[in-house]
Design a protein. Structure first.
Ligand code: SF4
Length: 369
């Protein structure tokens, strides 16, 4: 059995750790690229959301490297992610690929079913070994997300432009080559240390933006056209509303116990959106309010064309923009998105935020006299 999985930002590091610790033979799909998207677009329904198209491309690229089993997380709730696994299986079947699909649905109280799915994958039935591997994967995921956080902070402040990206890219190249939890964690620790010690330019005027929107688009750099690097180079520090490590904690550990770390966010969203409508629309609105209250300079929402929950959030965000006096930009991406156009919009938005910040600063100075 050779197992593969779809890409979703840093998730591949945790899945690699989990499966390697369980003694499973894996194929990590090549980094998402235009080829991945071309393959996926060719074989997927035209109007389906972008993540599914990229997933199909990931599978085909892994099948070419010998993968015969696919592991995917499931979802429930009113959004197309809920039937991704069924649709993906059908698409691959129609292409002549008969693969085993192992669906790791979030437990939602039913840990038994969850463990059965993991045992189907693992070379062990020992629950202790499985729990240990899961804990290591979770730790690795938090470690890689911490590298992201360090990079978000450093990029807009680095004295030598590009230093952070160099270390960041090198980590993602090297982590594919090392094997096992210990080696991954050593690399994580070393990369964090190096990024944190990059020399800063105290003169840089840093603008702060809250990045909100659909989880896959926020997390997968290929799909959002490396927005975090683009913004970092423009002197913007970002904070993402969703992180894969938080998603895992929420679905694997908290929700089965009827707990959530997002209650405060749902509360913030409540005046605009009182219930869960699928995807992360409620979090998009809630985090928009949170960032505004915390004094961020602006908000950018990113989502894939035809994403239903985010379309609803988009219709609400102008009200948040008005109520909290915070500029908001919406970017919708699909396989036709032109990078030059996107860059222009981002640059113009950052210019606007910087001008606004300057004006506010000058007004404050004047009112002090
Ligand atoms: S949240 Fe949006 S993009 Fe993601 S699966 Fe659901 S509909 Fe598609």
């Amino acid at each position: 059995m050779k197992v593969t999985f779809p890409h979703m930002g840093n998730q591949y590091v945790a899945t690699k750790v989990l499966l390697e610790e369980l003694g499973v033979d894996i194929v990590i799909p090549p980094q998402c690229s235009n080829d991945t998207l071309d393959i996926g677009t060719k074989h997927s329904p035209e109007s389906i959301c972008l993540p599914l198209k990229v997933n199909i491309g990931n599978y085909i690229e892994s099948i070419r490297q010998g993968a015969d089993t696919i592991v995917i997380t499931g979802s429930c709730g009113p959004c197309r992610f809920g039937y991704y696994s069924i649709l993906q299986k059908e698409i691959l079947k129609s292409m002549g690929h008969q693969l085993d699909f192992i669906l790791l649905d979030p437990p939602q109280g039913d840990y038994d079913k969850f463990f059965k799915s993991v045992t189907k994958l693992a070379n062990t039935k020992n629950p202790y070994s499985i729990i240990k591997a899961l804990a290591k994967a979770t730790k690795a995921l938090y470690g890689v997300d911490e590298i992201d956080d360090a990079a978000f902070y450093k990029r807009p402040r680095e004295r030598v432009m590009g230093s952070t990206d160099q270390l960041y890219d090198s980590f993602h190249k090297e982590v594919r080559k090392v094997k096992g939890y210990r080696a991954v964690m050593d690399l994580v620790k070393e990369t964090k240390r190096k990024i944190n010690s990059i020399e800063e330019d105290p003169e840089r005027d840093v603008v702060k933006i809250g990045l909100i929107g659909e989880i896959y688009t926020i997390i997968e750099p290929f799909v959002n056209l490396d927005i975090e690097k683009k913004l970092g180079a423009l002197g913007v520090e970002i904070n993402k509303s969703l992180k894969i490590s938080r998603w895992l904690t929420e679905h694997l550990y908290l929700q089965p116990l009827k707990l959530s770390s997002e209650k405060e966010i749902w509360q913030a969203a409540k005046p605009y959106l009182g219930s869960m409508i699928g995807g992360h629309a409620r979090e998009t609105v809630g985090y928009a309010v949170k960032y505004a209250k915390e004094g961020y300079d602006g908000l950018i929402q990113v989502y894939p064309f035809t994403c239903m929950p985010e379309i609803v959030a988009q219709s609400i965000l102008p009200s948040v923009e008005k109520d909290y006096n915070i500029p908001y930009l919406c970017l919708i991406v699909d396989e036709m998105t032109g990078e030059a156009g996107l860059n222009t919009r981002i640059e113009a938005f950052v210019d606007l935020l910087r001008r606004r910040k300057e004006l506010k600063h000058n007004e404050k100075l004047l009112s002090g006299y």
